[in-house]
Design a binder for this molecule. Structure first.
Ligand code: 13P
Ligand code: ZN
Length: 264
């Protein structure tokens, strides 16, 4: 019984905790957002060879580096506020099979994975191939960050990174790699997945124009914190603008001093 595995259940609890934050933050309207976490390292050999609940389901594009890996993935159409309460009723464990060309559902219920599975798997595959320790892909719909992507001058990765960093010192520290921006693509498509992985060579956080944000990392709480800190910066910026002035922002010198002080 998968629920007897304490390290696994501790990780599932952390996923549920973050799902609750996404809802509380107002970033998860209806089924907005999705989560995938590589949990292979937490499973026993016996659990890794459990009988699947489904036959193999073909993937549109192979993810060779993920062969044999197991992920917790939220279900398509599922609501974060319910993932928070019952993660195994609104998501499932899936295993990548057949050299990375397909997957099957392992536990606990045959819940179809998120429509963004192509992006999640291509991201995990790219990061694993690059030797990066990233177990988590977190996608959500933060109102303020999406708002910024509705304004053409901000659709410039360097400019928007600089703007958000300069609102509060923590942003420079918590999101040292800055953000990447992917021009609008239809949700759930391979085109979106391909455009996203291009951004990962430089960034751990990617904005999808007029749609949402993704963070990748080793730990789901850290992924949430990165997006939360960027959201705080956006709120400072919008508050100042709403009060009728352009915020000064920290100077380049102040940002450079921070990078030096925190060895970023
Ligand atoms: P899913 O319900 O399929 O995960 O879709 C939600 C979403 O945010 C799509 O980008
Ligand atoms: Zn989305």
């Amino acid at each position: 019984m998968i629920r007897d595995n304490k390290p696994l259940m501790a990780e599932i609890d952390r996923i549920a905790e973050v799902a609750g934050y996404l809802w509380e933050k107002g970033w998860a309207e209806r089924n907005g957002g999705n989560i995938s976490v590589n949990i292979t390292r937490l499973l026993t050999a016996e659990e890794l060879s459990m009988t699947p609940l489904t036959t193999d389901i073909a993937l549109e594009e192979p993810v060779e580096a993920l062969n044999g890996q197991v992920f917790y993935v939220t279900g398509t159409g599922k609501r974060m506020r319910y993932v928070a309460k019952a993660p195994f009723c609104h998501g499932a464990l899936i295993g990548i099979t057949a050299g990375g060309t397909s997957y099957h559902i392992l536990a606990e219920k045959p819940i179809a994975p998120t429509s963004e599975l192509p992006s999640h798997l291509l991201m995990h595959n790219y990061l694993r191939t690059s030797g990066r320790q990233t177990n988590v892909v977190l996608h959500t719909h933060p109102t303020d960050l999406i708002g910024l992507t509705h304004c053409t001058p901000y659709l410039d990765s360097e400019k928007l990174t600089r703007l958000l960093w300069s609102m509060i010192p923590e942003c420079r520290i918590v999101v040292p790699g800055g953000i990447g921006i992917v021009p609008y693509e239809i949700p759930g498509t391979l085109a979106l997945a391909h455009a996203t992985i291009k951004q990962l060579s430089r960034n751990d956080v990617v904005f999808w124009e007029k749609h949402g944000v993704l963070a990748v990392g080793e730990d789901i709480i850290d992924c949430f914190d990165a997006i939360d800190t960027l959201s705080k910066s956006a709120q400072i910026y919008f508050s100042a603008r709403a009060a009728g002035y352009e915020p000064e922002g920290m100077t380049n010198r102040q940002l450079d001093d921070l990078a030096e002080a925190f060895r970023l």
